[in-house]
Design a protein around this ligand. Structure first.
Ligand code: IVH
Length: 613
Protein backbone atom coordinates (compact mmCIF):
# COMPACT_ATOMS: atom_id res chain seq x y z
CA UNK A 1 0.00 0.00 0.00
CA UNK A 2 1.36 3.44 -0.89
CA UNK A 3 2.02 5.73 2.04
CA UNK A 4 -0.73 8.12 0.90
CA UNK A 5 -3.27 5.32 1.01
CA UNK A 6 -1.95 4.38 4.38
CA UNK A 7 -2.50 7.87 5.72
CA UNK A 8 -5.96 8.03 4.21
CA UNK A 9 -6.85 4.80 5.93
CA UNK A 10 -5.49 6.08 9.22
CA UNK A 11 -7.51 9.28 8.93
CA UNK A 12 -10.69 7.42 8.05
CA UNK A 13 -10.22 5.04 10.98
CA UNK A 14 -9.67 7.92 13.38
CA UNK A 15 -12.74 9.75 12.10
CA UNK A 16 -14.85 6.63 12.54
CA UNK A 17 -13.53 6.11 16.06
CA UNK A 18 -14.22 9.69 17.06
CA UNK A 19 -17.73 9.57 15.63
CA UNK A 20 -18.38 6.35 17.50
CA UNK A 21 -17.21 7.91 20.78
CA UNK A 22 -19.30 11.02 20.16
CA UNK A 23 -22.30 8.79 19.64
CA UNK A 24 -21.62 6.83 22.82
CA UNK A 25 -21.13 10.01 24.79
CA UNK A 26 -23.97 12.20 23.54
CA UNK A 27 -26.64 9.80 22.38
CA UNK A 28 -26.19 6.71 24.52
CA UNK A 29 -24.74 8.60 27.46
CA UNK A 30 -22.33 5.67 27.92
CA UNK A 31 -18.78 6.77 27.12
CA UNK A 32 -16.20 3.97 27.09
CA UNK A 33 -13.04 6.07 27.04
CA UNK A 34 -11.85 8.95 29.22
CA UNK A 35 -11.87 12.58 28.06
CA UNK A 36 -8.08 12.44 27.87
CA UNK A 37 -8.14 9.43 25.57
CA UNK A 38 -10.73 11.16 23.42
CA UNK A 39 -8.64 14.35 23.26
CA UNK A 40 -5.66 12.27 22.19
CA UNK A 41 -7.53 10.71 19.27
CA UNK A 42 -8.75 14.14 18.29
CA UNK A 43 -5.28 15.66 18.46
CA UNK A 44 -3.92 12.81 16.34
CA UNK A 45 -6.51 13.47 13.67
CA UNK A 46 -5.79 17.20 13.69
CA UNK A 47 -2.07 16.54 13.22
CA UNK A 48 -2.62 14.14 10.34
CA UNK A 49 -5.01 16.53 8.64
CA UNK A 50 -2.63 19.44 9.11
CA UNK A 51 0.12 17.46 7.43
CA UNK A 52 -2.25 16.38 4.65
CA UNK A 53 -4.69 19.24 4.12
CA UNK A 54 -5.91 17.67 0.88
CA UNK A 55 -7.43 14.85 2.86
CA UNK A 56 -9.69 17.06 5.01
CA UNK A 57 -13.36 16.37 4.31
CA UNK A 58 -16.31 18.57 5.29
CA UNK A 59 -17.75 15.85 7.52
CA UNK A 60 -14.55 15.33 9.53
CA UNK A 61 -15.15 15.85 13.27
CA UNK A 62 -12.32 18.42 13.21
CA UNK A 63 -14.41 20.65 10.97
CA UNK A 64 -16.74 21.52 13.81
CA UNK A 65 -14.78 24.66 14.62
CA UNK A 66 -12.77 27.04 12.59
CA UNK A 67 -15.06 28.68 10.04
CA UNK A 68 -14.50 32.33 9.11
CA UNK A 69 -16.64 35.08 10.67
CA UNK A 70 -19.62 36.09 8.52
CA UNK A 71 -20.82 39.60 7.61
CA UNK A 72 -24.41 38.64 8.11
CA UNK A 73 -26.69 35.60 8.17
CA UNK A 74 -28.41 34.35 5.05
CA UNK A 75 -32.15 33.85 5.13
CA UNK A 76 -33.40 30.29 4.82
CA UNK A 77 -36.89 29.29 3.76
CA UNK A 78 -37.97 26.10 5.49
CA UNK A 79 -39.27 23.43 3.10
CA UNK A 80 -42.01 22.79 5.62
CA UNK A 81 -43.32 25.42 7.99
CA UNK A 82 -41.91 25.23 11.54
CA UNK A 83 -45.04 25.30 13.66
CA UNK A 84 -45.63 26.60 17.16
CA UNK A 85 -47.55 24.94 19.97
CA UNK A 86 -50.72 25.91 21.72
CA UNK A 87 -50.41 26.08 25.50
CA UNK A 88 -52.62 24.65 28.22
CA UNK A 89 -52.20 25.33 31.94
CA UNK A 90 -54.52 22.90 33.75
CA UNK A 91 -56.27 19.52 33.49
CA UNK A 92 -59.49 21.03 32.18
CA UNK A 93 -57.75 22.69 29.26
CA UNK A 94 -55.80 19.52 28.63
CA UNK A 95 -58.98 17.43 28.62
CA UNK A 96 -60.42 19.60 25.86
CA UNK A 97 -57.47 18.67 23.66
CA UNK A 98 -57.67 15.04 24.63
CA UNK A 99 -61.38 14.88 23.82
CA UNK A 100 -60.77 16.41 20.40
CA UNK A 101 -58.11 13.76 19.76
CA UNK A 102 -60.54 11.04 20.80
CA UNK A 103 -63.37 12.43 18.67
CA UNK A 104 -61.18 12.58 15.58
CA UNK A 105 -59.08 9.41 15.72
CA UNK A 106 -61.13 7.14 17.97
CA UNK A 107 -60.15 5.91 21.41
CA UNK A 108 -57.18 3.75 20.40
CA UNK A 109 -54.23 6.12 20.28
CA UNK A 110 -51.02 6.79 22.13
CA UNK A 111 -49.51 10.04 23.28
CA UNK A 112 -45.80 10.79 23.58
CA UNK A 113 -44.85 13.05 26.47
CA UNK A 114 -41.58 14.99 26.33
CA UNK A 115 -40.13 17.85 28.35
CA UNK A 116 -40.65 21.27 26.83
CA UNK A 117 -37.14 22.64 26.54
CA UNK A 118 -36.67 26.33 27.14
CA UNK A 119 -34.29 26.94 24.30
CA UNK A 120 -34.11 27.94 20.71
CA UNK A 121 -35.67 25.91 17.86
CA UNK A 122 -33.45 24.83 14.96
CA UNK A 123 -33.72 22.72 11.90
CA UNK A 124 -30.81 20.50 10.85
CA UNK A 125 -30.79 19.42 7.21
CA UNK A 126 -28.91 16.22 6.39
CA UNK A 127 -28.50 15.24 2.75
CA UNK A 128 -27.14 11.75 2.15
CA UNK A 129 -26.35 11.72 5.84
CA UNK A 130 -24.18 14.85 5.81
CA UNK A 131 -25.15 18.01 7.69
CA UNK A 132 -25.51 20.61 4.94
CA UNK A 133 -27.50 23.34 6.65
CA UNK A 134 -28.87 24.46 9.99
CA UNK A 135 -31.35 27.28 10.41
CA UNK A 136 -33.26 29.01 13.17
CA UNK A 137 -37.04 28.90 13.22
CA UNK A 138 -37.47 32.62 12.52
CA UNK A 139 -41.13 33.34 11.86
CA UNK A 140 -41.73 29.67 11.05
CA UNK A 141 -41.51 30.17 7.31
CA UNK A 142 -38.12 31.82 7.01
CA UNK A 143 -35.28 31.56 9.47
CA UNK A 144 -31.59 32.35 9.39
CA UNK A 145 -28.84 30.05 8.30
CA UNK A 146 -26.59 29.41 11.28
CA UNK A 147 -24.82 26.30 9.99
CA UNK A 148 -21.31 27.33 11.09
CA UNK A 149 -22.41 27.91 14.66
CA UNK A 150 -24.55 24.79 14.89
CA UNK A 151 -21.63 22.70 13.62
CA UNK A 152 -19.67 23.70 16.71
CA UNK A 153 -22.22 22.02 19.00
CA UNK A 154 -20.63 18.84 20.25
CA UNK A 155 -23.81 16.80 20.28
CA UNK A 156 -24.60 17.63 16.63
CA UNK A 157 -23.04 15.00 14.34
CA UNK A 158 -21.70 16.24 11.01
CA UNK A 159 -22.48 12.83 9.58
CA UNK A 160 -25.31 10.44 10.44
CA UNK A 161 -24.75 6.77 11.22
CA UNK A 162 -26.59 3.59 10.26
CA UNK A 163 -29.37 3.47 7.63
CA UNK A 164 -30.06 7.16 7.40
CA UNK A 165 -32.60 8.58 4.92
CA UNK A 166 -31.65 10.41 1.71
CA UNK A 167 -33.00 13.66 3.13
CA UNK A 168 -33.62 14.37 6.77
CA UNK A 169 -34.81 17.58 8.32
CA UNK A 170 -34.43 17.03 12.03
CA UNK A 171 -35.76 19.70 14.36
CA UNK A 172 -34.74 20.28 17.89
CA UNK A 173 -33.99 22.70 20.64
CA UNK A 174 -30.63 24.32 21.27
CA UNK A 175 -30.04 24.78 24.96
CA UNK A 176 -27.32 25.86 27.35
CA UNK A 177 -26.93 23.78 30.51
CA UNK A 178 -27.65 25.66 33.76
CA UNK A 179 -24.07 25.15 34.97
CA UNK A 180 -22.53 26.41 31.76
CA UNK A 181 -24.89 29.38 31.89
CA UNK A 182 -23.74 30.23 35.42
CA UNK A 183 -20.10 29.96 34.42
CA UNK A 184 -20.65 32.07 31.34
CA UNK A 185 -22.33 34.82 33.37
CA UNK A 186 -19.68 34.65 36.10
CA UNK A 187 -17.03 35.13 33.42
CA UNK A 188 -18.96 37.99 31.89
CA UNK A 189 -19.38 39.66 35.28
CA UNK A 190 -15.63 39.25 35.80
CA UNK A 191 -14.97 40.82 32.44
CA UNK A 192 -17.34 43.70 33.02
CA UNK A 193 -19.65 42.50 30.27
CA UNK A 194 -23.45 42.65 30.55
CA UNK A 195 -25.06 39.45 31.85
CA UNK A 196 -27.50 37.21 30.03
CA UNK A 197 -30.95 37.10 31.64
CA UNK A 198 -31.39 33.33 31.29
CA UNK A 199 -29.93 30.28 29.54
CA UNK A 200 -32.31 30.66 26.59
CA UNK A 201 -31.16 34.21 25.87
CA UNK A 202 -27.56 33.08 26.22
CA UNK A 203 -28.13 30.21 23.77
CA UNK A 204 -29.94 32.50 21.32
CA UNK A 205 -27.22 35.14 21.63
CA UNK A 206 -24.53 32.54 20.99
CA UNK A 207 -26.21 31.10 17.90
CA UNK A 208 -26.59 34.59 16.49
CA UNK A 209 -22.87 35.36 16.70
CA UNK A 210 -21.26 35.97 13.34
CA UNK A 211 -17.96 34.54 14.54
CA UNK A 212 -18.29 30.75 15.01
CA UNK A 213 -15.41 30.73 17.52
CA UNK A 214 -17.69 32.41 20.05
CA UNK A 215 -20.45 29.82 19.66
CA UNK A 216 -17.81 27.09 19.92
CA UNK A 217 -16.75 28.35 23.33
CA UNK A 218 -20.27 28.50 24.73
CA UNK A 219 -20.83 24.74 25.10
CA UNK A 220 -24.26 24.63 23.55
CA UNK A 221 -26.27 21.44 23.49
CA UNK A 222 -29.22 20.11 21.54
CA UNK A 223 -32.15 17.70 21.85
CA UNK A 224 -33.95 16.57 18.69
CA UNK A 225 -37.73 16.45 19.05
CA UNK A 226 -39.48 16.68 15.70
CA UNK A 227 -39.12 16.57 11.93
CA UNK A 228 -39.51 18.55 8.75
CA UNK A 229 -39.25 16.68 5.48
CA UNK A 230 -37.88 13.13 5.43
CA UNK A 231 -37.26 11.24 2.19
CA UNK A 232 -36.21 7.67 1.75
CA UNK A 233 -37.42 5.95 4.88
CA UNK A 234 -40.73 4.90 6.35
CA UNK A 235 -41.32 6.16 9.84
CA UNK A 236 -44.89 6.08 11.05
CA UNK A 237 -44.89 7.62 14.51
CA UNK A 238 -43.21 10.03 16.93
CA UNK A 239 -41.91 7.13 19.00
CA UNK A 240 -40.29 5.56 15.91
CA UNK A 241 -38.88 8.95 14.98
CA UNK A 242 -37.19 9.40 18.36
CA UNK A 243 -35.82 5.87 18.14
CA UNK A 244 -34.56 6.47 14.59
CA UNK A 245 -32.93 9.78 15.65
CA UNK A 246 -30.92 7.85 18.21
CA UNK A 247 -29.90 5.22 15.68
CA UNK A 248 -28.77 7.93 13.27
CA UNK A 249 -26.66 9.48 16.04
CA UNK A 250 -28.89 12.40 16.95
CA UNK A 251 -29.41 13.22 20.59
CA UNK A 252 -32.91 12.84 22.04
CA UNK A 253 -34.15 13.33 25.57
CA UNK A 254 -34.35 10.29 27.85
CA UNK A 255 -37.46 11.57 29.65
CA UNK A 256 -39.74 11.02 26.63
CA UNK A 257 -42.49 8.51 27.43
CA UNK A 258 -45.44 6.74 25.81
CA UNK A 259 -48.70 7.61 27.61
CA UNK A 260 -52.32 6.67 27.10
CA UNK A 261 -54.93 8.10 29.40
CA UNK A 262 -55.40 11.64 30.71
CA UNK A 263 -54.51 10.46 34.19
CA UNK A 264 -51.24 8.98 32.89
CA UNK A 265 -50.54 12.31 31.22
CA UNK A 266 -51.31 14.17 34.44
CA UNK A 267 -48.93 11.98 36.48
CA UNK A 268 -46.21 12.38 33.84
CA UNK A 269 -46.66 16.16 34.01
CA UNK A 270 -46.38 16.12 37.82
CA UNK A 271 -43.36 13.82 37.76
CA UNK A 272 -41.48 16.05 35.31
CA UNK A 273 -42.45 19.18 37.26
CA UNK A 274 -40.98 17.53 40.36
CA UNK A 275 -37.75 16.88 38.49
CA UNK A 276 -37.63 20.37 37.01
CA UNK A 277 -35.27 22.02 39.50
CA UNK A 278 -32.82 19.13 39.54
CA UNK A 279 -32.51 18.81 35.76
CA UNK A 280 -29.28 20.29 34.39
CA UNK A 281 -31.21 22.27 31.75
CA UNK A 282 -34.27 24.51 31.84
CA UNK A 283 -37.72 23.29 30.87
CA UNK A 284 -41.02 25.10 31.18
CA UNK A 285 -43.58 22.33 30.73
CA UNK A 286 -44.19 19.10 28.87
CA UNK A 287 -45.14 18.64 25.23
CA UNK A 288 -47.77 16.04 24.42
CA UNK A 289 -47.96 14.63 20.91
CA UNK A 290 -50.35 12.12 19.37
CA UNK A 291 -47.94 9.32 18.49
CA UNK A 292 -49.11 7.99 15.13
CA UNK A 293 -48.30 10.13 12.07
CA UNK A 294 -51.52 8.89 10.43
CA UNK A 295 -53.47 10.24 13.40
CA UNK A 296 -51.48 13.46 13.22
CA UNK A 297 -52.52 13.93 9.60
CA UNK A 298 -56.14 13.30 10.44
CA UNK A 299 -55.97 15.95 13.13
CA UNK A 300 -54.21 18.46 10.91
CA UNK A 301 -53.10 22.01 11.63
CA UNK A 302 -54.84 25.24 12.48
CA UNK A 303 -53.34 28.71 12.45
CA UNK A 304 -49.65 27.88 12.69
CA UNK A 305 -49.99 25.16 15.31
CA UNK A 306 -50.78 21.50 14.98
CA UNK A 307 -53.95 20.05 16.46
CA UNK A 308 -52.04 16.86 17.34
CA UNK A 309 -49.69 18.42 19.87
CA UNK A 310 -49.97 20.70 22.86
CA UNK A 311 -47.64 22.27 25.43
CA UNK A 312 -48.79 21.69 29.01
CA UNK A 313 -46.94 24.42 30.83
CA UNK A 314 -45.76 24.55 34.43
CA UNK A 315 -47.05 27.39 36.50
CA UNK A 316 -44.53 30.17 36.12
CA UNK A 317 -42.59 31.16 39.19
CA UNK A 318 -44.04 34.63 39.14
CA UNK A 319 -45.08 37.16 41.70
CA UNK A 320 -46.60 40.62 41.65
CA UNK A 321 -45.09 43.40 43.73
CA UNK A 322 -44.19 47.06 43.83
CA UNK A 323 -41.07 48.65 42.46
CA UNK A 324 -39.72 50.74 45.33
CA UNK A 325 -36.65 52.14 43.65
CA UNK A 326 -34.01 51.58 41.03
CA UNK A 327 -30.47 51.46 42.34
CA UNK A 328 -27.39 51.71 40.17
CA UNK A 329 -24.41 49.62 41.14
CA UNK A 330 -20.90 50.17 39.84
CA UNK A 331 -18.81 47.13 38.95
CA UNK A 332 -15.07 46.56 38.98
CA UNK A 333 -14.57 47.77 35.43
CA UNK A 334 -16.94 50.70 35.92
CA UNK A 335 -19.99 49.08 34.30
CA UNK A 336 -23.15 50.53 35.79
CA UNK A 337 -25.98 48.05 36.31
CA UNK A 338 -29.52 49.04 37.25
CA UNK A 339 -31.07 46.94 40.00
CA UNK A 340 -34.80 46.88 40.79
CA UNK A 341 -35.45 47.27 44.53
CA UNK A 342 -38.72 45.52 45.25
CA UNK A 343 -41.23 45.27 48.05
CA UNK A 344 -40.36 41.73 49.24
CA UNK A 345 -42.43 39.04 47.55
CA UNK A 346 -42.28 35.24 47.66
CA UNK A 347 -41.79 33.72 44.22
CA UNK A 348 -41.62 29.95 43.86
CA UNK A 349 -40.83 29.59 47.56
CA UNK A 350 -38.01 32.15 47.66
CA UNK A 351 -38.20 35.73 48.92
CA UNK A 352 -37.21 38.24 46.28
CA UNK A 353 -36.18 41.81 47.14
CA UNK A 354 -34.01 42.70 44.20
CA UNK A 355 -34.14 41.87 40.53
CA UNK A 356 -31.62 42.40 37.77
CA UNK A 357 -32.35 44.87 35.00
CA UNK A 358 -29.20 44.43 32.88
CA UNK A 359 -28.92 47.77 31.08
CA UNK A 360 -30.54 50.94 29.85
CA UNK A 361 -32.13 49.24 26.82
CA UNK A 362 -34.01 46.83 29.03
CA UNK A 363 -35.03 49.63 31.37
CA UNK A 364 -36.44 51.53 28.41
CA UNK A 365 -38.09 48.46 26.88
CA UNK A 366 -39.95 47.83 30.14
CA UNK A 367 -40.73 51.54 30.60
CA UNK A 368 -40.29 51.04 34.35
CA UNK A 369 -41.36 53.76 36.74
CA UNK A 370 -40.86 53.92 40.48
CA UNK A 371 -44.11 52.97 42.19
CA UNK A 372 -45.11 50.65 39.35
CA UNK A 373 -46.76 47.30 40.00
CA UNK A 374 -44.53 44.75 38.33
CA UNK A 375 -44.50 41.05 37.52
CA UNK A 376 -41.35 39.35 38.82
CA UNK A 377 -40.24 36.02 37.43
CA UNK A 378 -37.79 33.44 38.68
CA UNK A 379 -36.67 30.74 36.29
CA UNK A 380 -34.95 27.78 37.93
CA UNK A 381 -32.14 29.08 40.07
CA UNK A 382 -31.48 32.03 37.82
CA UNK A 383 -31.44 35.66 39.03
CA UNK A 384 -34.98 37.00 39.41
CA UNK A 385 -36.10 39.29 36.67
CA UNK A 386 -38.69 42.03 36.23
CA UNK A 387 -40.91 40.56 33.56
CA UNK A 388 -43.37 43.34 32.85
CA UNK A 389 -45.28 46.32 34.23
CA UNK A 390 -49.00 46.10 34.96
CA UNK A 391 -49.80 49.38 33.24
CA UNK A 392 -53.47 49.30 34.27
CA UNK A 393 -52.38 49.72 37.90
CA UNK A 394 -50.73 53.07 37.28
CA UNK A 395 -52.11 55.96 39.28
CA UNK A 396 -50.17 58.72 37.55
CA UNK A 397 -47.96 59.27 40.59
CA UNK A 398 -45.22 56.91 39.33
CA UNK A 399 -41.85 58.47 38.66
CA UNK A 400 -39.72 57.83 35.59
CA UNK A 401 -36.04 57.10 36.09
CA UNK A 402 -33.18 58.50 34.08
CA UNK A 403 -30.06 56.45 33.58
CA UNK A 404 -27.42 58.43 35.49
CA UNK A 405 -25.12 60.61 33.41
CA UNK A 406 -22.70 60.67 36.33
CA UNK A 407 -21.39 57.82 38.42
CA UNK A 408 -23.62 57.28 41.48
CA UNK A 409 -20.50 56.67 43.59
CA UNK A 410 -17.86 59.17 42.45
CA UNK A 411 -19.93 61.52 40.29
CA UNK A 412 -17.45 60.94 37.44
CA UNK A 413 -18.51 60.95 33.82
CA UNK A 414 -20.50 57.98 32.52
CA UNK A 415 -20.14 56.95 28.89
CA UNK A 416 -21.75 54.40 26.64
CA UNK A 417 -19.39 53.26 23.91
CA UNK A 418 -20.97 52.88 20.49
CA UNK A 419 -22.03 49.29 19.92
CA UNK A 420 -22.00 48.46 23.63
CA UNK A 421 -25.05 47.95 25.80
CA UNK A 422 -23.26 48.92 29.01
CA UNK A 423 -22.64 52.34 30.55
CA UNK A 424 -19.31 52.79 32.27
CA UNK A 425 -17.87 55.19 34.79
CA UNK A 426 -14.54 56.10 33.27
CA UNK A 427 -12.94 57.52 36.41
CA UNK A 428 -10.13 55.08 37.28
CA UNK A 429 -10.03 56.50 40.80
CA UNK A 430 -13.72 55.77 41.43
CA UNK A 431 -13.93 54.32 44.97
CA UNK A 432 -16.49 51.71 43.90
CA UNK A 433 -14.16 50.45 41.22
CA UNK A 434 -11.20 50.54 43.57
CA UNK A 435 -12.97 48.50 46.25
CA UNK A 436 -14.22 46.01 43.69
CA UNK A 437 -10.84 45.67 41.95
CA UNK A 438 -9.15 45.11 45.31
CA UNK A 439 -11.79 42.55 46.20
CA UNK A 440 -11.18 40.81 42.87
CA UNK A 441 -7.41 40.93 43.38
CA UNK A 442 -7.72 39.29 46.81
CA UNK A 443 -10.40 36.77 45.78
CA UNK A 444 -10.00 33.02 46.07
CA UNK A 445 -9.32 32.35 42.41
CA UNK A 446 -6.99 35.33 42.07
CA UNK A 447 -4.37 36.04 44.80
CA UNK A 448 -6.39 34.04 47.32
CA UNK A 449 -5.92 36.30 50.34
CA UNK A 450 -8.20 34.62 52.81
CA UNK A 451 -10.14 37.00 55.04
CA UNK A 452 -9.64 40.05 52.85
CA UNK A 453 -13.23 40.50 51.70
CA UNK A 454 -15.29 43.51 50.74
CA UNK A 455 -16.00 44.58 54.34
CA UNK A 456 -12.35 44.93 55.31
CA UNK A 457 -11.42 46.42 51.98
CA UNK A 458 -14.01 49.14 52.48
CA UNK A 459 -12.71 49.88 55.97
CA UNK A 460 -9.08 49.88 54.79
CA UNK A 461 -9.79 52.15 51.84
CA UNK A 462 -11.89 54.56 53.90
CA UNK A 463 -9.01 54.78 56.40
CA UNK A 464 -6.56 55.38 53.55
CA UNK A 465 -4.61 52.24 54.40
CA UNK A 466 -4.88 50.85 50.92
CA UNK A 467 -5.70 52.23 47.54
CA UNK A 468 -3.54 50.22 45.15
CA UNK A 469 -2.95 46.46 45.05
CA UNK A 470 0.60 46.88 46.29
CA UNK A 471 -0.59 48.73 49.40
CA UNK A 472 -1.98 45.43 50.67
CA UNK A 473 1.59 44.22 51.12
CA UNK A 474 2.43 47.27 53.28
CA UNK A 475 -0.23 46.52 55.86
CA UNK A 476 1.26 45.81 59.28
CA UNK A 477 -0.02 44.87 62.73
CA UNK A 478 0.53 48.34 64.16
CA UNK A 479 -1.67 50.05 61.63
CA UNK A 480 -4.32 47.34 61.59
CA UNK A 481 -4.70 47.22 65.35
CA UNK A 482 -5.47 50.93 65.40
CA UNK A 483 -8.71 50.19 63.55
CA UNK A 484 -11.91 49.65 65.44
CA UNK A 485 -13.11 46.04 65.56
CA UNK A 486 -9.77 44.63 64.41
CA UNK A 487 -8.59 42.09 66.98
CA UNK A 488 -5.17 40.55 67.41
CA UNK A 489 -6.01 37.06 66.19
CA UNK A 490 -7.74 38.22 63.06
CA UNK A 491 -4.90 40.65 62.33
CA UNK A 492 -2.36 37.86 62.61
CA UNK A 493 -4.44 35.62 60.39
CA UNK A 494 -4.87 38.29 57.77
CA UNK A 495 -1.19 39.16 57.70
CA UNK A 496 -0.27 35.49 57.36
CA UNK A 497 -2.72 35.13 54.47
CA UNK A 498 -1.23 38.18 52.77
CA UNK A 499 2.23 36.72 53.19
CA UNK A 500 1.14 33.35 51.79
CA UNK A 501 -0.41 34.99 48.74
CA UNK A 502 3.03 36.16 47.62
CA UNK A 503 3.74 32.68 46.32
CA UNK A 504 1.46 32.43 43.37
CA UNK A 505 1.31 31.49 39.73
CA UNK A 506 1.44 33.54 36.56
CA UNK A 507 -2.14 32.74 35.54
CA UNK A 508 -3.56 33.75 38.92
CA UNK A 509 -1.53 36.94 38.85
CA UNK A 510 -2.71 37.91 35.36
CA UNK A 511 -6.29 37.19 36.38
CA UNK A 512 -5.87 39.20 39.60
CA UNK A 513 -4.84 42.32 37.67
CA UNK A 514 -8.44 42.62 36.49
CA UNK A 515 -7.76 43.52 32.88
CA UNK A 516 -11.18 44.05 31.23
CA UNK A 517 -12.25 40.95 29.27
CA UNK A 518 -9.55 38.76 30.82
CA UNK A 519 -11.38 36.15 32.86
CA UNK A 520 -9.89 33.17 34.60
CA UNK A 521 -9.74 30.98 31.51
CA UNK A 522 -8.19 33.63 29.31
CA UNK A 523 -5.61 34.32 32.02
CA UNK A 524 -4.72 30.64 32.09
CA UNK A 525 -4.34 30.48 28.32
CA UNK A 526 -2.23 33.65 28.30
CA UNK A 527 0.04 32.32 31.03
CA UNK A 528 0.50 29.08 29.13
CA UNK A 529 1.13 30.90 25.86
CA UNK A 530 3.65 33.46 27.10
CA UNK A 531 5.25 31.51 29.93
CA UNK A 532 6.59 34.61 31.70
CA UNK A 533 5.22 37.89 32.98
CA UNK A 534 7.79 39.83 31.03
CA UNK A 535 6.82 38.28 27.72
CA UNK A 536 3.17 38.87 28.48
CA UNK A 537 3.70 42.53 29.37
CA UNK A 538 5.80 43.18 26.28
CA UNK A 539 3.53 41.41 23.82
CA UNK A 540 2.11 43.51 21.00
CA UNK A 541 -1.53 43.34 20.06
CA UNK A 542 -0.56 41.11 17.14
CA UNK A 543 1.40 38.75 19.42
CA UNK A 544 -1.45 38.66 21.92
CA UNK A 545 -3.83 37.57 19.20
CA UNK A 546 -1.72 34.48 18.64
CA UNK A 547 -2.73 33.20 22.06
CA UNK A 548 -5.61 30.75 22.06
CA UNK A 549 -9.08 32.31 22.26
CA UNK A 550 -7.78 35.88 22.24
CA UNK A 551 -9.60 37.96 19.64
CA UNK A 552 -9.20 41.58 18.57
CA UNK A 553 -11.29 43.02 21.40
CA UNK A 554 -9.44 41.14 24.15
CA UNK A 555 -6.01 41.83 22.63
CA UNK A 556 -6.78 45.56 22.40
CA UNK A 557 -7.96 45.63 25.99
CA UNK A 558 -4.82 43.86 27.25
CA UNK A 559 -2.53 46.11 25.24
CA UNK A 560 -4.29 49.19 26.56
CA UNK A 561 -3.67 47.87 30.05
CA UNK A 562 -0.07 46.82 29.54
CA UNK A 563 0.91 50.03 27.80
CA UNK A 564 -0.34 52.17 30.66
CA UNK A 565 2.66 53.36 32.69
CA UNK A 566 0.70 53.49 35.94
CA UNK A 567 -0.22 49.83 35.58
CA UNK A 568 3.37 48.83 34.85
CA UNK A 569 4.59 50.76 37.87
CA UNK A 570 2.03 49.00 40.03
CA UNK A 571 3.10 45.57 38.75
CA UNK A 572 6.69 46.51 39.44
CA UNK A 573 5.83 47.50 42.99
CA UNK A 574 4.05 44.19 43.54
CA UNK A 575 7.14 42.30 42.45
CA UNK A 576 9.32 44.46 44.70
CA UNK A 577 7.10 43.53 47.66
CA UNK A 578 8.05 39.91 47.06
CA UNK A 579 5.44 38.41 44.82
CA UNK A 580 6.86 35.30 43.22
CA UNK A 581 5.35 33.81 40.11
CA UNK A 582 5.65 30.16 39.38
CA UNK A 583 5.28 29.79 35.64
CA UNK A 584 4.65 27.14 33.05
CA UNK A 585 2.74 24.62 35.08
CA UNK A 586 -0.98 24.83 35.68
CA UNK A 587 -1.83 26.14 39.12
CA UNK A 588 -2.55 22.78 40.71
CA UNK A 589 -1.95 19.13 39.89
CA UNK A 590 -4.61 18.00 37.44
CA UNK A 591 -5.54 14.71 39.12
CA UNK A 592 -8.99 16.01 40.06
CA UNK A 593 -9.65 17.64 36.70
CA UNK A 594 -13.07 16.98 35.17
CA UNK A 595 -14.46 15.40 38.33
CA UNK A 596 -17.38 16.92 40.19
CA UNK A 597 -17.44 17.02 43.96
CA UNK A 598 -20.28 18.15 46.14
CA UNK A 599 -19.22 19.03 49.66
CA UNK A 600 -21.85 19.16 52.37
CA UNK A 601 -21.97 19.03 56.15
CA UNK A 602 -19.03 20.04 58.34
CA UNK A 603 -15.44 18.86 58.18
CA UNK A 604 -13.15 18.49 61.17
CA UNK A 605 -10.21 20.51 59.86
CA UNK A 606 -11.40 22.55 56.89
CA UNK A 607 -14.19 24.96 56.06
CA UNK A 608 -16.30 23.98 53.07
CA UNK A 609 -14.74 26.73 50.97
CA UNK A 610 -11.26 25.51 51.82
CA UNK A 611 -12.18 21.94 50.94
CA UNK A 612 -13.70 23.08 47.66
CA UNK A 613 -10.66 25.09 46.70
S1 IVH B 1 -42.30 19.69 18.84
C1 IVH B 1 -45.37 21.54 16.17
N1 IVH B 1 -41.17 19.16 21.12
O1 IVH B 1 -41.59 24.81 21.51
C2 IVH B 1 -44.38 20.83 16.90
N2 IVH B 1 -41.25 21.40 20.40
O2 IVH B 1 -44.08 26.56 20.86
C3 IVH B 1 -43.40 21.73 17.55
N3 IVH B 1 -40.17 22.96 21.95
O3 IVH B 1 -40.65 26.21 18.57
C4 IVH B 1 -42.15 21.08 17.82
N4 IVH B 1 -39.56 21.48 23.45
O4 IVH B 1 -38.94 24.60 19.42
C5 IVH B 1 -41.52 20.11 20.25
N5 IVH B 1 -40.19 18.52 23.12
C6 IVH B 1 -40.51 19.48 22.26
C7 IVH B 1 -40.20 20.83 22.46
C8 IVH B 1 -40.59 21.77 21.52
C9 IVH B 1 -39.54 22.76 23.13
C10 IVH B 1 -40.32 24.29 21.30
C11 IVH B 1 -40.21 24.21 19.80
C12 IVH B 1 -41.22 25.16 19.25
C13 IVH B 1 -41.90 25.67 20.45
C14 IVH B 1 -43.37 25.63 20.15
Amino acid sequence: MSSEKNILLKIETLKEKIREHNYRYYVLDEPIISDEQYDKLFAELITLEKENPKLITADSPTQKVGGQPLDKFKKYRHREMMLGLQNVYNTDELSEFYLRWQNTVGSDFNVIGEPKFDGLAVELVYEEGVLVMAATRGDGETGEEVTQNVKTIRSVPLKLRGHFPKLLEARGEIILMKDDFKKLNADRAGNGEPLFANPRNAAAGSIRQLDPCIAARRKLDLFCHSRGKIEGTKITSQSELLQAFREWGLRTNPLARKLKTTSEIQSYFEEIEQKRESLPYEIDGVVLKVDSFRHQEELGTVARSPRWAVAYKFKAHEGITELLDIAFSVGRTGVITPVAMLKPVVVGGVEVRRAGLHNEDQLKALDLRIGDTVVVKRAGDVIPEVQSVIVQKRTGREKTVQFPRNCPVCDGKVVREPGEAAHRCINMACPAQIVKSLKHFASKRAMNIEGLGERWIEIFTQNHLIQHFSDIYDLDAKRLLKLERQGETSTEKLLAAIERSKQTTLDRFIYALGVPFVGERTAELLARHFGSLEKFLNASEEELRHAEEVGAKVAASIRQFTSNKKNLKEIDLLLQKGIQLETGEPKSPQTLKGKTFVITGTLPTLSRDQAES
